[in-house]
Design a binder for this molecule. Structure first.
Ligand SMILES: Nc1nc2c(ncn2[C@@H]2O[C@H](COP(=O)(O)OP(=O)(O)O)[C@@H](O)[C@H]2O)c(=O)[nH]1
Ligand SMILES: Nc1ncnc2c1ncn2[C@@H]1O[C@H](COP(=O)(O)OP(=O)(O)O)[C@@H](O)[C@H]1O
Length: 321
């Protein structure tokens, strides 16, 4: 089973096994943002997937130079204001955050658009894709199936943005147990009464669905507060205050340096090069087309602080020269 998004078809590559768990693949003639890939053969993620599927597994992960920030997982009961807070964040920092578009079997609401708010799908199709290892996590929530595809997370990573996931507590638990290194935030309501009022005022659910969501909310709040899954718990009482607190813990209030710039450009590889590994360095020698001799234009990549990996990008690749 081959997981993750594969590189586009290419003419040639160089590959070196980094250690027991992954192979670095340097693609010839591709654009600078798309030339370093990892094929994971025995990482934690691959091991988990092997166990779950009972078959041989490898996983692709694209290399990202520099330190793209960790994805952000936001959970909380229905109607607490997750969507509102996420929209505020995306509106204020459009070049910084990208939303992971989940799949769901629930019907779209009036204003919701397919492939913008959710990938609305049929249960049988989604179940098959889950079986085929295409999902990072999934859960049955309020009677419908919801899930995050690996592609959804990778699409955000490939746009160079920080990924935001709006998922339920069970989903957060699965992601916590996976190899995706993320920040986990739980949003709680000031009271059940206020939660009920918000759900009713939103006016998107039938009475039966409101009742179901409220019944589930109590267990979700309990789990959110006591399960140890979450790094941060915020109360969405006053919206502006909660938003300020959210920004603060994401380092967006000016108290910590933020990565507001687009992620650094990739590596410009000439068509002819050779590659070797010396300790924690990858040496890419660029050869002059006619002579075949190595020129002084070598590129050294430092792999000593690789982070992340499938499902998602491999971050922390540094260029020494
Ligand atoms: N596990 C999981 N939960 C999801 C996913 N997408 C959305 N959810 C959760 O499903 C629940 C219901 O979402 P939705 O139907 O949009 O209703 P809302 O929470 O009332 O806006 C919420 O708790 C979401 O966080 C997903 O991909 N995975
Ligand atoms: N702090 C708040 N005070 C009052 N209403 C709020 C607050 N935060 C969100 N809302 C409103 O509550 C409703 C539910 O918010 P929403 O973002 O859709 O929740 P969720 O995505 O968690 O289901 C929306 O109508 C939203 O405008």
């Amino acid at each position: 089973m081959v997981l993750g998004t594969e590189p586009k078809p290419y003419e040639g590559h160089l590959a070196i096994r980094l250690n027991e768990d992954r192979i670095i693949i340097i693609i010839k003639g591709s654009n600078p943002d798309d030339c370093i890939w990892f094929l994971e053969v025995d990482t934690e993620y691959v091991k988990q997937q092997k166990k779950a599927s009972g078959t041989e597994v490898v996983a692709w992960s694209k290399g990202a130079r520099g330190d793209a920030e960790k994805p952000v997982v936001i959970s909380g009961p229905s109607g607490v204001g997750k969507g509102t807070l996420i929209n505020m964040l995306m509106k204020e920092f459009p070049s910084m955050f990208g939303f992971s578009i989940s799949h769901t079997t629930r019907a779209p609401r009036g204003t919701e658009k397919n492939e913008v708010h959710y990938h609305f799908t049929e249960r049988s199709i989604m179940e098959k894709d889950i079986k085929d290892g295409k999902f990072l996590e999934f859960a049955s929530v309020h009677g419908n199936l919801y899930g995050t595809s690996i592609k959804a997370v990778e699409a955000v990573a490939d746009s160079g943005k920080r990924c935001i996931l709006d998922i339920d507590v069970q989903g957060a638990k699965s992601v916590r147990a996976s190899s995706l290194d993320a920040v986990f935030i739980f949003i709680g309501p000031p009271s059940m009464r206020e939660l009920e009022e918000r759900l009713r005022l939103r006016g998107t659910e039938t009475e039966e669905q409101v009742q179901k969501r409220l019944r589930n909310a109590e267990a979700e709040i309990e789990q959110g507060k006591s399960s140890g899954i979450f790094d941060h718990i915020l109360c969405n009482d006053n919206l502006e205050k909660c938003y300020e607190n959210l920004k603060k813990l994401l380092g967006l209030d000016g108290s910590a340096p933020t990565n507001t710039k687009p992620s650094p450009k990739g590596i410009d590889l000439p068509p002819n090069h050779s590659v070797s590994k010396i300790d924690n360095k990858i040496l890419i020698k660029c050869e002059a087309p006619e002579s075949g001799n190595a020129t002084k234009n070598s590129i050294v990549l430092d792999i000593s602080s690789l982070k992340g990996g499938a499902p998602g990008r491999t971050r922390g690749l540094k260029r020494d020269s």
